[in-house]
Design a binder for this molecule. Sequence first.
Ligand code: FE
Length: 171
Amino acid sequence: MNHFQMLSTCLGMFLFITCNQAQSTQSVSDKVIVTPQGDTIQKVIKSEAEWKLELTDFEYFVLREAGTERAFTGAFWNKKEKGTYVCRACGFPLFSSDTKFKSGTGWPSFYQPVNKYCIADKKDNKYGWDRTEVRCARCGGHLGHVFPDGPKPTGLRYCINSASLKFVEKE
Ligand code: FE
């Protein structure tokens, strides 16, 4: 093996190791949620074809294409029963009826999620608006947006599509 071959072999190995490290660091945070207690929860990762099979066309539009249902048309904007609202796509618990409030917007509104890790948020500047989009942290499904004009104690308003939620009644 001459010097040039040696050098390219070393460089190749270096790149292989570096890339692998980068990939594994990324894949850990992509595949699990780490709770503040240090527990890990597997994320739900499916292809768009799989989601299409599992969701109705409208649920797919809202959850996977970040669509919005029309105000006052969803199943939960006016719901008052006690229970938990879970992600319609993956069943992850997201909001409790205890934090639901009447916002007058026509979408189910909550002042906080059930915990600090169930929601992932992301800046959304679509249409020139400065909004924060909220997604299910486990499956990445679009839920709605969060605004800083909610009631106490958080001052937040999670404005959520009914189509992104499933209601589980309190026993
Ligand atoms: Fe989900």
